[in-house]
Ligand binder design. Structure first.
Ligand SMILES: Cc1cc2nc3c(=O)[nH]c(=O)nc-3n(C[C@H](O)[C@H](O)[C@H](O)COP(=O)(O)OP(=O)(O)OC[C@H]3O[C@@H](n4cnc5c(N)ncnc54)[C@H](O)[C@@H]3O)c2cc1C
Length: 328
């Protein structure tokens, strides 16, 4: 392995780029391993590369295209000396210092190579789980979403029926949030009771705008390219009967999977795989010198602005910790 890096940042979403901006301005010359773009979870720029309109990130009066926003963040990080490799991290060794991080690029064929580093910021995000239908993929950003807070206020959903798929806390939360905009929210769930906590389930079921569709799964998302989603076809798994629900949108609310599998033997993760941050308001992980930021460590908010804020925290924590080690 060549020289020891001061700081390696894994991931290039809002958390990774914000951490890079702060760390680069603190003269740490961070190396960002941005993902190799082989699939959605490994996309340089992160999840916002898959959305056309970000309307709730402060600073953009009329909203901004997700890809454009991530491109600008990268430029800002590079302006201060951030180095970027579009590589994917396969494994790490956080058991001894300096830490080691191995990365490759499956698209361009760059073979696995290792880097030694004094500090690491993990900012690998969490991927929304989708049902897995072809038609669901086809209408993504055209009526299919996995984030009510991000997309619920868009004009297409206002005063129109929408479908939420799922029966846990997030489905109930998303469904309840969507009642602010939609004319009716169909909650399609494969069982005949909600898995959500009792109080949340009761609140949802007593909301006159939420209509549960029990024992059912979405079989197909229907629509046209021009109109986007116009309906979903659901199947009752008890009777096998199918029916069509007219709607302008379908929200998948069946959980998220943090992109942390490669960390499981090195950092403490919670049962769902989120990086555990033992100190409130800090980015410190179970390993001194390793920090975490963004959706990979946040099962609650999962927004670009919260991820960016966590990236800022992680860079400041890393910089102070490195200074304590005499590394500037
Ligand atoms: C379609 C869609 C629309 C959204 N719209 C909005 C919105 O309007 N407003 C809003 O605030 N939020 C929105 N969100 C949520 C927002 O995108 C996320 O909260 C935010 O991107 C999280 O940032 P992050 O940096 O933590 O992770 P991500 O953006 O997920 O970035 C993770 C990064 O880690 C990289 N990575 C993962 N594993 C590895 C690895 N092993 N090695 C190297 N790199 C790795 C990925 O390639 C990626 O670069 C939306 C999400 C989606 C899916």
């Amino acid at each position: 392995m060549a020289d020891i890096e001061k700081l390696v940042i894994i991931g290039s979403g809002p958390a990774g780029w914000t951490a890079a901006i702060y760390a680069a301005r603190a003269s740490l010359k961070p190396l960002v391993l941005a993902g190799d773009g082989v699939n959605r979870e490994r996309m340089p720029g992160g999840q916002l590369m898959f959305t056309t309109e970000v309307e709730n990130f402060p600073g953009f009066v009329h909203g901004i295209d997700g890809q454009k926003m991530m491109g600008v963040m990268q430029q800002q990080a590079e302006r201060f000396g951030t180095r970027v490799l579009q590589n994917y991290v396969t494994r790490v060794d956080f058991k001894t210092r300096p830490f080691k991080v191995w990365h490759l690029n499956d698209l361009s064929g760059v073979a696995e190579t290792g880097v030694a580093t004094h500090a690491v910021i993990v900012a690998t995000g969490a991927s929304a789980n989708y049902i897995g239908l072809e038609s669901e993929k086809k209408f993504e950003n055209n009526g299919v979403s996995a984030c009510a807070v991000c997309d619920g206020a868009l004009p297409r959903f206002r005063n129109n029926p929408v479908v939420v798929v799922g029966g846990g806390d997030s489905a109930v939360e998303e469904g309840t949030y969507l009642t602010k905009f939609a004319s009716i929210v169909y909650l399609v769930h494969r069982r005949d009771t909600l898995r959500a906590s009792k109080i949340m389930a009761q609140r949802a079921l007593s909301n006159s705008k939420i209509k549960p569709v029990w024992n059912s799964v979405v079989e197909e998302v229907l629509g046209t390219e021009e109109a986007g989603v116009t309906a979903v076809r659901v199947k009752n798994i008890k009777t096998n009967a199918t029916s069509v629900i007219e709607c302008r949108g379908m929200f998948a609310a069946i959980g998220h999977t943090p992109n942390t599998a490669f960390l499981k033997d090195h950092l403490v993760l919670d049962v769902k795989g989120y990086v555990t941050l033992p100190h409130p308001f800090r980015s410190l992980t179970s390993v001194e010198g390793v920090f975490a930021a963004g959706d990979c460590a946040d099962p609650f908010y999962r927004q670009a602005i919260t991820a960016a804020g966590m990236g800022c925290r992680a860079a400041i924590d890393a910089e102070r910790w490195l200074a304590q080690q005499g590394i500037h």
